[in-house]
Design a protein. Sequence first.
Length: 236
Amino acid sequence: IRVATWNVEWAARAQRDAITARLASVDTDVLVVTEGVTSVLPTGGHHALGDANWGIPLSDPQRRKVLLWSRFPLSDVVTDPGTDLPPGRFVAATCHTPAGPIRVIGVCIPWSFAHVTSGRGDAEPWQEHLQFLHGLRPLIEQHPPSPPLIVMGDFNQRIPRMRAPRHVSDALEELLRPLHVVTSGDIAGLPSGTVDHIAVTSGLHASEVHGLSRHAADGAQLSDHDLIAAELVVRA
């Protein structure tokens, strides 16, 4: 199956048509959009949205921190798994592909200054990020061997570590220990690595991983993130 993830930086109205066209051109089977709006999702298919409340008043009813779209039917949608995750940044569903069911978790892990100088203004640097990792960890560790699991979205850290404090990088590494991060290191088609990632359990492997630039053909910047895509194969 073809999967992709892209943080579209709230899809500015002047760029919304170009962002919509870029997402459609990738022709994915499963897509996670972060900091997005529902109108940029591909037509048809099925979708599940993260909660609308992530601690900041919603200025546009289309906005969500995380949006999951699938060409195939979705079931067992969860937006609040009850593990003390910071709200609005998680959505999970079972995707019923021709190769069998696959569990997909879409995330928008808080950046280092989430709710520090904006939003609620009551957090310390990396506090929300670490709380999210802590809440997500049991969901990954307790996932059964079947169906295969994909975790993708904006992780707000490079892999391997670049600038994050060592203890923050270590927390992400521990979280991802049961998974294979197919987007670690340099990405084909991009000048360097990414903070947007695709990670999978052993029932899947990536036959191809590539990125698409955040810039349109005319040089206009569509987002402050690049699009990341992968071809995943279900192991026999």
